[in-house]
Design a protein around this ligand. Structure first.
Ligand code: XIL
Length: 332
């Protein structure tokens, strides 16, 4: 078969093909490992580089899984994208119950960002500094970070990340803002780009991550292009950062029908084509959010309305290539 990264690398304007990984998949000789090395040129930790697993207390850390993931990427010539320094869904218990002053809270966040960025300076090419800061109604999401640090918290976090990287001699670190559903939710999209503009005015952002937890029907090609082009117009890099394509969002099928299978294939092809058509300077990586359908977060997410089966990824439960994989290749 043709491998994804081989085709993407051979393009006139190549880009990384990424995948979300778990540290226990990185064992030499495992099927994940073989597929990863053959097909992907970038990795993102699906969970293990978030604040909750890393930060065990004020100034104390568990680096076991994150070190393994970063080292794996570095040893194998695979790009490492850091995800995510600040996310409301991965706040460690000690910080969510923090009893100090707001100023002390901000100093804890600063210390965390500084220590993580410093540890991986030169080893992680990019970080999602703040993830999902905008609510679905287009307002700032009412997170503990907003409550305790005020509206300027986003800028502060990016400044701390930049300062730490520079102090460690990594002046090339790429800082991303990452969010979901911006192609279909225009108030949210507008708010995201207000934040991005603000960061850009202070030279604190290099790219925008579009999660793209999509369905086989939505968003449309035009909606995606309109959204992504707002980042392109600002000269920013574009990361399709968490791609998966649901085929059972209304929970109306019990197996992957051929019709949905082909619709999914077409949707994968469409988004790869959109990405591939971007100017070289705006390209970075297109990352799929996992390997096998049955290990995707999608069927288990309580936020989504189909608490059953879905088949959103490129490989089936037996790790065989799906039509979605062919669609991906056809988009390159
Ligand atoms: C999800 C992972 O896939 C799950 O395994 C984990 O339990 C929770 O996080 N938006 C993001 C990702 O930015 O980090 C989320 O990943 C999915 C939604």
């Amino acid at each position: 078969p043709t491998f994804l990264k081989v085709k993407a690398n051979a393009l006139a304007n190549p880009f990384f093909v990424g995948v979300a990984v778990k540290s226990n998949q990185l064992t030499e000789g495992s099927s994940y490992n073989t597929v990863l090395k053959n097909e992907f040129s970038s990795i993102t930790a699906e969970y293990e580089m978030k604040m909750d697993p890393i930060s065990t207390g004020s100034g104390t850390y568990n680096w076991q899984a994150s070190d393994k993931i970063v080292k794996y990427g570095n040893d194998n010539g695979i790009n490492v994208h850091g995800h995510a320094l600040v996310w409301h869904n991965a706040v460690p218990n000690w910080l969510s119950t923090f009893s100090g002053t707001d100023v002390e809270f901000a100093l804890e966040v600063k210390k965390y960002i500084t220590d993580v960025v410093t540890r991986y300076a030169g080893k992680v090419r990019s970080w999602d500094v703040v993830n999902e800061a905008v609510a679905d109604n287009g307002d700032m999401r009412n997170t503990i970070f907003l409550q305790k640090m005020g509206a300027n918290y986003i800028k502060d976090c990016y400044q701390w990340a930049r300062d730490a990287a520079n102090a460690a001699g990594d002046t090339d670190l790429l800082l991303f803002y990452n969010d979901y559903a911006t192609s279909t939710n225009i108030p949210k999209q507008n708010k995201v780009f207000t934040i991005v503009d603000d960061l850009k005015a202070s030279n604190l952002i290099d790219g925008v991550g579009f999660q793209m937890h999509n369905t086989y029907l939505s968003p449309t090609k035009m909606q995606i292009e309109t959204d992504i082009n707002r980042a392109v117009a600002k000269g920013l890099k574009v990361h399709v950062s968490e791609l998966d394509i649901q085929v059972n969002q209304n929970n109306d099928i019990t197996f992957l029908t051929e019709e949905r299978n082909l619709a999914q294939k077409a949707k994968y092809k469409e988004i790869v084509k959109i990405y591939n058509a971007l100017p070289a300077v705006n390209k970075y990586a297109l990352t799929v959010w996992g390997f096998k359908d049955n290990e995707s977060w999608i069927p288990y997410s309580t936020d989504l309305n189909h608490p059953g089966n879905d088949w959103p990824l490129l490989y089936n439960n037996k790790f065989e290539l799906k039509s979605a994989h062919t669609g991906f290749l056809e988009g390159l």
